[in-house]
Design a protein around this ligand. Structure first.
Ligand code: SAM
Ligand code: SF4
Ligand code: FES
Length: 368
């Protein structure tokens, strides 16, 4: 196992089989994997932790993903939609907390038309913030117009690369369209974020290994990995769910294969482990997304039970997470935290994946 870890650290290559072996390895080997991921993180992206202020602006969703508490058939959830002014007000507060990026996240909610989103994005951009969107699947035209209005990055997890599993868990959706979205986002010059759920019913280690290879082949700028946490108000409520341990192994291997990507310590990890985000920061992560959503909305954005920070204020979370980061000898980064890539590696990657050179060059120019 140690040989495989060294190989990954030096060459960023592991086969699907080797990845699956490392996911199944014993605890001693896992400790070595985590130490390697921590080393690579320090060498490639440094000790700064990027904070992204998360605004969960609508919990209304037209999709019906079997794992998610926001699915349209869940009538236990009280739905809300923030008005644009309210969203803007939270972005202003995010600036006050010192965040350089806001992440606007919601269910797939058609209420937010381009006529609403474009002026909102322009106003938020004028605050000097980097903007990450996480609004689900949209048309290329919509992605293009968000981008022109100021969006810099987009998060769209692939969830699982196992097509049969994906299409069983996301009724009415297709893996092909998810891939189309990611390709469009890439071509439009976004920093592209993807990721997966770990511990889905029927998911194998081989399938998780394929997910990691997919992140690498996409040359993902950001990769968010979270354990699946069963929600009693969904059809998967009785399933076992993922573990913190396995989710961090997937994350650590992703760091080895995509050394300079931005990798968050996810909220779901801390839901399963009281020190989850801090441990994740020591196992390859370099980003945290503290919640900026206020009041009842935090509780109502109920993807899964036990979500952290639901009774805390944004100001409290800002102080809390800063303290935790400093306690492990790291610091809050002061820049916007765009991915830094060395050109040689980038072009080598493009050749390998066949992703168009022009669109990558464009995105790079924007951010450096
Ligand atoms: N609707 C958009 C989408 O699906 O891309 C963005 C919001 S969605 C709530 C964000 C992420 O929540 C999903 O990509 C999914 O991985 C995660 N999620 C949903 N249900 C979950 C659960 N039960 N446990 C852990 N994560 C979950
Ligand atoms: Fe909607 Fe996203 Fe939840 Fe699926 S994961 S039901 S698209 S909010
Ligand atoms: Fe919210 Fe610690 S980050 S309470």
């Amino acid at each position: 196992m140690e040989k495989l870890i060294n190989q990954a650290e030096e060459t960023q290559t592991l086969s699907q089989e080797e990845l699956a072996q490392l996911l199944a390895a014993d605890e001693a080997a896992a400790e070595k994997l985590f130490a390697a991921a921590d080393r690579v993180r320090r060498q490639q992206v440094g000790d700064g932790v990027h904070l992204r202020g998360l605004i969960e602006f609508s919990n209304t969703c037209r999709q019906n993903c079997l794992y998610c508490g926001l699915r349209r058939d869940n009538h236990q959830v009280q739905r809300y939609r923030m008005e644009p002014e309210e969203i803007y007000g939270l972005a202003v507060k995010a600036v006050g907390y010192g965040y350089k990026t806001v992440v606007l996240q919601s269910g797939e909610d058609p209420y937010y038309t381009l006529e609403i989103m474009e002026p909102l994005l322009r106003r938020i951009k004028a605050l000097g913030l980097a903007i990450t969107l996480s609004l689900g699947e949209k048309s290329r035209e919509e992605y293009a117009r968000y981008r022109a209005a100021g969006a810099d990055r987009y998060l769209l997890r692939i969830e699982t690369t196992d097509q049969a599993l994906y299409e069983r868990l996301d009724p009415g959706m297709s893996l092909a369209n998810r891939l189309r979205c990611l390709q469009d986002l890439r071509e439009l010059g976004y920093e592209v974020g993807t990721g997966c759920l770990v511990g889905l019913p029927g998911q194998t280690l081989a399938s998780l290994a394929a997910d990691i290879l997919f992140f690498q082949s996409l040359d993902a700028d950001m990769v968010g990995i979270g354990p699946f946490i069963p929600n009693a108000d969904t059809p998967l409520g009785q399933e076992t769910g993922g573990t913190f341990e396995l989710a961090t192994r997937v994350m650590a291997l992703t760091r080895l294969l995509l050394p300079n990507s931005n990798i968050p310590a996810t909220t779901a990890m801390e839901t399963l482990h009281p020190q989850g985000r801090i441990l994740a920061l020591q196992r390859g992560a370099n980003v945290v997304m503290p919640n900026v959503t206020e009041g009842d909305y935090r509780r109502q954005y109920a993807l899964y039970p036990g979500k952290i920070c639901v009774n805390d204020t944004p100001a409290h979370c800002r102080g809390c997470i800063t303290g935790k980061i400093q306690a492990i000898g790291r610091h809050v980064a002061t820049d916007a935290g765009f991915r830094r890539k060395e050109p040689e590696r980038r072009f080598a990657q493009i050749e390998r994946t066949g992703i168009e050179q022009e669109s990558r060059g464009e995105s790079e120019g924007m951010h450096e």
